[in-house]
Design a protein around this ligand. Structure first.
Ligand SMILES: Nc1ncnc2c1ncn2[C@@H]1O[C@H](COP(=O)(O)OP(=O)(O)OP(=O)(O)O)[C@@H](O)[C@H]1O
Ligand SMILES: [Mg+2]
Length: 549
């Protein structure tokens, strides 16, 4: 919101702060004298919303601003149409005999859009009965054709949305005539719908010229008149003031005059506004940023403090201790070119970063694959190690068992050797009776039937040898039908008063081998059972018991 007193800058030599009142203001001075910097400082420090226009490529001059879309809405009434024609003609319409009447007739009853207006002019030209009239409307149609399609070429917003600070509409790609129509349209909108705002008119000599009507000039007068009541002000930013219409200039209470080169322009300005104070030489040698501020009846020579500057620095400049050239200003002041360079630079960096990012992603994928492979390899190695460890343990157990068995075997060998020394083995048993097949085996199955017949010699035994003794026990049916052990056989021997014989189990094994007995293990102990009952063996003549004397 606006404040009544706004710091403009510091007086040269005294460094006294100079304040201005927010009102209609003219800032003038040759190019690069610091006009835009001055009005930005005023806007910034009054904390008001301002609308400015960028009318030339690469030029805006603001340090801090936001771009808003251009607004345009055609005005209404014959005066507006006349200003349109003026825009296209660039001269006063009243010199065209009968033209104002024609304009009034075209505008009569209002028009929805400029296209509708143009079509109406064309229709009137076609319908005109008299040649004079037909000429007028044809000319009017042609004038309108110079501006209407140009306006239709651009995209315009139908409302204005602004924030505190400088809001810039970029009109740099429009013809001056179109710019004028847009600025006028904004002034009209501001007059009707906004309050407490500033509209900055750039290059006022173009848009509020002396001696000719333009759309801006048409509306500026009423904007200025109404403005003070609702806090809407105009800032006129112009390199010279000689060509500006005097009416709006007269409404400006603040005059801020910067350096001028042109002596005639200086003279005219001083004559008009400053009543010959200061001298033309003084105006022509003003440094950048230093202005003569005519505020009411007082004139001050002021160093204007830019919005981005510290007070101490500004005071030092006002006192001549520092020069503007020595002050480092924020980069953003370099405007479009800088932004363009910055943009290109950032774009390049962005592309570089993006390509690096792509590489990184690729590498990441590759490294992920490696990681996966390494992980699975590690797992495999781990599994192998575990299995290896287990195998090692098994091997150890196997070694131990082998060793145990080896020892046992050694024990048996020693035992066998000891026994052999005590009891010499009978020759017939030593001569492997296992090679003889004294049995007859008949096997019958389901189809196919295989019948094997083995010729067996009848087994003749006596109680003179161990086999004979075991056979006798068997033949007598002493082995029964249940499982028996070697010691059962030994017990039977006792009944016959035969001595124990350590080879008994070997003989039993022979009988198993021949099919008379069968064998199984109860733990480590061998058990035997009669397979061919002794009476059957006798019947089959497989067993013959002889009594010897
Ligand atoms: N008071 C100041 N202190 C320091 N630097 C300034 C000051 N005024 C203007 N400048 C610098 O001088 C240069 C021109 O300023 P600026 O754009 O305000 O001039 P201008 O009068 O608006 O020019 P143009 O007529 O070309 O628009 C800019 O670089 C600006 O930063
Ligand atoms: Mg400027």
């Amino acid at each position: 919101m606006s404040e009544s007193k706004i710091l403009l800058g510091f007086e040269i030599s005294s460094s006294q702060p100079i304040y201005i009142r927010l009102t209609h203001t003219v800032v003038t001075g040759m190019t690069q004298s610091g006009k835009t910097t001055t009005l930005e400082a005023i806007i910034h420090r009054s904390r008001i919303r301002a609308i400015a226009f960028k009318i030339k490529r690469g030029e805006a001059g603001f340090h801090n601003y936001r771009i808003i879309p251009p607004y345009f809405k055609a005005g209404s009434g014959w005066q507006y149409v006349e200003s349109l024609v003026n825009v296209s003609l660039g001269e006063k319409v009243k010199y065209e005999p009968g033209m104002r009447g024609a304009i009034m007739r075209v505008a009569q009853g209002g028009f929805k859009s400029l296209r509708v207006l143009l079509e109406k002019a064309e229709r009137l030209a076609n319908d005109a009965k008299r040649e004079f009239q037909r000429d007028l409307y044809t000319k009017l149609t042609e004038y309108l054709k110079l501006v209407v399609p140009e306006l239709e070429r651009h995209n315009f917003s139908d409302k204005i949305e602004i924030l505190e600070g400088v809001n810039v509409m970029d009109l740099s790609d429009m013809k001056v005539e179109t710019q004028s129509l847009v600025i006028a349209s904004v002034l009209e909108y501001a007059s009707k719908k906004l309050d407490n705002i500033i509209v900055v008119i750039p290059e006022a000599w173009e848009h509020i010229p002396q001696g000719r009507m333009t759309p801006v000039k048409l509306i500026a007068a009423s904007y200025i008149r109404k403005g003070a009541a609702i806090g809407n002000y105009l800032i006129i930013d112009s390199q010279d003031i000689a060509g500006i219409d005097k009416e709006p200039l007269r409404q400006c209470d603040n005059w801020i005059l910067g350096r001028q080169k042109d002596k005639r322009e200086v003279d005219r300005t001083l004559e008009e506004i400053f009543k010959n104070r200061p001298s033309p030489e003084e105006v022509m040698t003003l440094p950048r940023g230093v202005f003569y501020a005519c505020l009411g009846n007082e004139v001050y020579k002021v160093y204007v403090m830019p919005s981005w500057m510290e007070e101490e620095t500004a005071k030092a400049i006002a006192l001549g201790k520092l020069t503007v050239e020595n002050v480092e200003k924020p980069k953003v002041m370099e405007e479009e070119q800088m932004w363009k360079e910055k943009y290109e630079e950032l774009k390049g960096e962005k592309e570089k970063i993006e390509s690096e990012l792509r590489n990184l992603k690729r590498l990441n994928n590759v490294s992920q694959n490696y990681k996966d492979t390494i992980k699975s390899l590690t797992e495999t190695v781990k599994r192998f190690e575990e299995e290896n460890k287990k195998l090692g343990e098994d091997l150890k157990t196997a070694d131990e068992e082998t060793e145990k068995l080896r020892k046992e075997l050694q024990g048996f060998r020693e035992f066998k050797d000891a026994l052999a020394k005590i009891i010499p083995l009978p020759a017939e048993i030593a001569a492997s009776p296992r090679s003889v097949v004294p049995s007859e085996v008949s096997v019958t199955t389901e189809q196919p039937t295989i019948s094997v017949q083995v010729q067996r010699k009848p087994l003749s035994v006596t109680d003179k040898d161990l086999l004979g003794k075991v056979a006798i026990v068997y033949a007598d049916g002493e082995l029964g039908e249940e499982w028996f052990t070697v010691s059962n056989v030994t017990k039977s021997f006792e009944k016959h008063a035969w001595p124990r014989d350590p080879r008994t189990s070997a003989v039993l094994d022979d009988l198993v081998h021949w099919g008379f007995l069968e064998k199984r293990y109860s733990g480590k102990r061998p058990d035997y059972k009669v397979k061919i009952k002794p009476e059957d063996a006798k019947i089959k003549r497989l067993l013959k018991v002889e009594e010897t004397t």
